[in-house]
Design a protein around this ligand. Structure first.
Ligand SMILES: NC(=O)c1ccc[n+]([C@@H]2O[C@H](COP(=O)([O-])OP(=O)(O)OC[C@H]3O[C@@H](n4cnc5c(N)ncnc54)[C@H](OP(=O)(O)O)[C@@H]3O)[C@@H](O)[C@H]2O)c1
Length: 256
């Protein structure tokens, strides 16, 4: 069975760069029309939208800070009034803020948890009226990392926010599973993007990456993560609910 998302509308948060951009393009390649959300990188968002249009799909660009409830509500007003439907929500946007916990302020904590956790709650609350009880199931996917279950240097705020995110998804499952919606998490390994390149030990991590993956001479690319998201966005995953799926080429097996 091929994945065909023709006539579906997908919202991808943080689609201007990195994994979000790859996901928006992958969903469009499968036939979906895509809402490209961004916060600061307008021209990068336009590049993503142009690629989607070149694939013959429709693209809308919406600036919104997903950590702000009002921004999310305004974005959904547009989706409801101008587009009128939403089938797939990919909550991808996140903030890094790599620092030791001993040096973290309340402000740092709030920034990580508002963008990486609370945003999902705002997005799901706004999306439900558009997504629930349709002939085909709505799909919500969010992105976590190994920091949710491991201790990684300088990653305490992001890692703990991802652990909270995974738990939030399991609990949302109880409330929305019977309303025609699947919600799942993709836990990705290290991917070279603007944010991961800012990790304090990035050079070493990328150098070692090839030694940890268990798929030969190949490291994880944004498109690999996007492929897993595409699967979870499709009817092929209708019986996967409240789960966290790891995509890392087997790196976690070696403790990476
Ligand atoms: N890269 C990795 O190794 C890795 C591994 C595991 C999980 N992940 C997760 O994968 C996701 C994407 O990461 P990435 O590495 O692709 O990041 P990235 O390249 O740094 O891109 C981040 C994207 O999020 C957007 N964004 C940030 N804060 C936002 C906000 N408050 N509101 C709306 N958009 C916002 C950015 O938009 P603007 O540029 O417009 O500001 C940008 O499009 C994140 O959830 C991350 O935690 C990444």
């Amino acid at each position: 069975m091929n994945i065909d998302l023709t006539n579906k509308v997908a919202l991808v948060t943080g689609a201007s760069r990195g994994i979000g951009r790859a996901t928006a393009i992958q969903l469009a390649s499968a036939g979906a029309d895509v809402i490209v959300n961004y916060m600061t990188s307008r021209s990068a968002a336009e590049d993503t939208a142009n690629e989607i249009i070149q694939l013959g799909r429709q693209a809308w660009i919406i600036k919104a800070d997903v950590s702000e409830k009002e921004d999310v509500e305004t974005m959904f007003d547009f989706i409801k009034n101008e587009i009128g439907r939403l089938d797939i929500l990919v909550s991808n946007a996140a903030t890094g803020g790599f620092r030791p916990l001993l040096a973290a302020s309340n402000k740092n904590f709030d920034a990580a948890f508002h963008t990486n956790v609370l945003a999902l709650m705002y997005l799901v609350q706004s999306a439900i009226p558009l997504m629930e009880k349709k002939p085909t199931r709505g799909k919500i996917i969010t992105i976590s990392s190994h920091g949710a279950i491991a201790g990684l240097p300088m990653y305490g705020l992001v890692g703990s926010s991802k652990a909270a995110l995974e738990s939030l998804v399991r609990h949302f499952t109880l409330e929305i599973g019977d309303r025609g919606i699947n919600i799942n998490v993709v836990r990705a390994g290290l991917v070279a993007t603007d944010s991961s390149k800012r990790l304090p030990n990035a050079e070493q991590l990328f150098k070692n990456q090839i030694n940890f993956t268990q798929v030969g001479e190949r490291i994880l690319a944004p498109e690999d993560v996007a492929n897993t998201i595409l699967f979870l966005a499709s009817p092929l995953s209708d019986m996967i609910q409240g789960e966290t799926i790891t995509i890392d080429g087997g790196a976690a097996i070696r403790g990476a």
